[in-house]
Design a protein. Sequence first.
Length: 425
Amino acid sequence: MRKGIGSESARLFSQAKKLIPGGVNSPARAFRAVGGQPFFVAKARGSTLTDVDGNEYLDYVCTWGPAILGHAPRPVLRALRAVEPNGTSFGTCSALEVRMAQMISSLVPSVEKIRMVNSGTEATMSCIRLARGFTGRDLIVKFEGCYHGHVDSLLVRAGSGPLTHGQPDSAGIPKALAALTKTLPFNDFEAVRELFKREKRSIAAVILEPVPANAGLYLPQPGFLEELRHLCNRYGAILIFDEVMTGFRLAPGGAQEIFGIRADLAAFGKVIGGGLPVGAFGGRADIMDLLSPDGPVYQAGTLSGNPLALAAGLAQLEELQRIDGWKRLERKGRHLEQIFLEAIGKKPVCFHRIGSMFCLYFTRGPVRNLDDAKKSNTKHFAKFFRTCLQQGVYFPPSQFETAFFSLAHSHSDFEKTATVLTEAL
Ligand code: HOZ
């Protein structure tokens, strides 16, 4: 068994803390919720991370979603090598942008027009501005525990890092702006109907992760997404799906395909960048046409449509199509689920999985919303996390994140993990 963080990681972390707030460039990475210190990665290949001290970890974070083929997949590296001699950024139009737009709109039928940005945060932020511009209304509805990046209007009762660190409403956001965001419990049909009845035609948009994956992982109850679609139609509000996590991961057409719901706008990221920084948002042409320079809603970006990111993303999507990756992931997921459930046995742990995303809550469940998720014993989670890490299995360092696996994860990886799970539980 390993003893814990290696000396080189420890040395780097102490240097990092002097110069980088918390020593990290994104709060979830700081291990605050699980104790200990983060390890520093030297190399990522397939299903494995190797740290600067030479320790190997079976990785179930998968760079928080993008690594769907595994780390450093050959088709992506090949594509990067092919485009890199032509330059790293053009700041103007390229054929890759047209190819990516064609790819996304062919996979996601609701996307009639698409624009590329650099992160999921930019994508959701742009959807909100566009929805307000289109409807001429100000109110936004979001759900407790859903996280849509660090956008001012959306950091209200947010999941992920804010929830992990006990600050679901961030400081620094004007009260007047936060007041324009109404939050509701996920899966609460009555609460949504009531709000629409009260606010009627003041609601610009409803934004949600169709499968909330930033407070652990829970699923929409049958009919919930349909009800949101119906209410948005009835009251003229825009339905925004944040598919930054689920897009191109659960299915070619993401959660919209799985649940058969067409969003008006959707935000994407992660998988479509092949591990490089990217985001995108798209949807109904009549809404997208309001964007500058065609319309009055402003949005722009120096690195938007970056050739390296697009080449990597296209290569990843083409490979997924070529090998029918989503079906393979589902088959792997069934195997993982079966042996994880065996390892869990009768212990008070609630296991959720959809496609290649999963989560263990330290409560019997059911978990259908943020309040249920918060019943999980986070001390038990932290202990579980540390035991797994010591055995070389890396889960997300927070109860309020989702775990991922990739096509590079083998059956023997899962079996090794199940053995570790049995011990850790
Ligand atoms: N908020 C991200 C996951 N839900 C974490 C990003 C990161 O730390 O890289």
